[in-house]
Design a protein around this ligand. Structure first.
Ligand code: SF4
Length: 449
């Protein structure tokens, strides 16, 4: 049974010290009860309380961790059906399949693309996460392929796929402390696979010929003491896997059904030979609850849209993406360089800074904290008004960095020019373009007034 905030509060030390980054114990308890904070964030609670609260407030879909150190990959931990109810916690992992049957050239190509297809977007690196390594019956080739993946792609989480418990054990040992996902236990071999998972401490996939069989096998593994499971319902058509993913999510979130309370692994690579159709299926599964999608290959024209879709689905809808309030020097500015100001909505920052960078004009970009709101929204909400911009400009330190006193404001804020000139009497206010894409020609012809 989930604990209420008040029940959790009774177990806290009530120091109200704020070391958990929440101002009071009551507020912290409420956040823990809502699943927004981990009880472990309070350094003063005992292990006993951590265990008690942790179990009671555990998400209905268990969080599974693969990898090691800085190269961890997490999935699951989900608590809701719809993104707008709260947020989705862990983005669907994108995996590429390599097998012991493939030529070295094919394997190297996939691993090279895993390493090279990476994209910077709003300050984040978007990339595939996992390599699925499939054994087709040759244990030494399987282990060699695992070692190659560890060497060539050190930040990839690994999925080891074999019907042999011995091969999985040898493969997991070759990974050292970089925990792979073992694939898979079924109704026939689950005891042997459970032993390997216990020995190696790795999460184990449960595979059924259908969702019912997967749940039965998961139940048996739970009875054997395994906690970290991943579900493969065996569905290999787009319709069936979509249905199964929805059933798994609803059964665990709405009905607290433990045997399906784990992330799912899905195989678009086994559903079609058409790369575009494969991407389409993967796209659907990113929207609908897959913990991992395994692709047959990685190509930029299909991977990039999947990564962008994933970014959108898994961004917290209640928390705008922001950059820090600061002065950002771009292209090595000096005391004669133009000074621009805009809001701290990260998309605005990255678009504006990208255009300035592309213009090659050395510039100072002042980013004012608007709580992640975009220019016009922030202005309408009173968070980007003339008095606040003026206060920020004065305390930012920009006056020590430039000789001139010209401030370029976004074109959409033209109406506050007069007000801003009153607030900043030493400064001339220039109205910049409305669209960031017009900044390069604007900056190229810019002169201080
Ligand atoms: S760190 Fe612990 S004691 Fe301090 S405010 Fe947070 S919950 Fe309370």
């Amino acid at each position: 049974m989930a604990l209420t905030g008040i029940e959790i509060l009774k177990m806290l030390p009530k120091k109200n010290c704020g070391e958990c980054d929440v101002p009071t114990c009551l507020a912290f308890a409420m956040k823990v009860a809502a699943g927004q904070e981990d009880i472990g964030a309070c350094p003063y609670v005992s292990d006993e309380v951590k265990e008690k609260v942790g179990e009671a407030s555990a998400p209905p879909i268990r969080t599974i961790t693969l990898g090691s150190g800085d190269n961890k990959f997490e999935m699951g931990g989900e608590t809701c059906l719809y993104r707008h109810e709260k947020r989705f916690e862990h983005p669907t992992g994108i995996a590429v399949l390599v097998t012991t049957d493939m030529s070295d050239e094919d394997v190297d190509g996939r691993m090279d693309r895993f390493n090279s297809l990476r994209y910077d977007r709003v300050g984040l690196e978007l990339k595939a996460d996992l390599i699925a390594i499939k054994d087709n019956g040759d244990q030494s080739a399987f282990t060699a392929l695992i070692e190659k993946a560890r060497e060539k792609c050190p930040d990839a989480a690994l999925i080891l796929m074999s019907e042999s418990a011995d091969s999985l054990k040898a493969g997991a040992e070759a990974c050292g402390d970089h925990k792979p996902l073992l694939y898979a236990a079924d109704s026939g071999n689950y005891s042997d696979m459970a032993a390997v998972a216990k020995d190696t401490g790795c999460p184990l996939t449960v595979k059924g010929s259908n969702i019912g069989e997967a749940a039965d096998t998961a139940d048996k593994l739970i009875s054997e003491g395994l906690k970290d499971l991943v579900i493969d319902t065996g569905a290999r058509t787009a319709k069936a896997v979509l249905e199964d993913n929805i059933v798994c999510r609803r059964a665990s979130v709405k009905h607290k059904y433990k045997p399906l309370g784990f992330p799912t692994i899905t195989f678009p690579c086994e559903m079609t030979d058409d790369p575009l159709m494969e991407s389409l299926v993967a796209s659907m599964l990113i929207c609908k609850y897959a913990g991992i999608v395994v692709l047959s290959d990685l190509q930029g024209d299909t991977l990039f849209p999947l990564l962008l879709e994933r970014l959108n689905i898994f961004t917290d809808p209640q928390r705008p993406m922001v950059v820090q309030e600061d002065i950002y020097p771009i292209n090595g500015p000096d005391e004669n360089s133009p000074v621009l100001v805009t809001c701290n909505f990260s998309l605005t920052y990255f678009i504006v800074s990208g255009e300035i960078e592309g213009s090659k004009i050395p510039s100072w970009l002042l980013i004012k904290d608007t709580e992640g709101l975009s220019v016009l929204t922030a202005w309408a909400a009173g968070k980007f008004s003339a008095d606040l911009i003026a206060m920020f400009v004065k305390k930012s330190g920009i006056e020590d960095k430039v000789k001139h006193r010209c401030l370029i404001i976004p074109g959409y804020l033209a109406s506050i020019k007069g007000e801003l000139e009153e607030e900043l009497p030493d400064w001339t206010i220039q109205i910049g373009p409305r669209e960031a894409s017009h900044l390069p020609p604007f900056l190229k012809s810019w002169k201080p007034e």
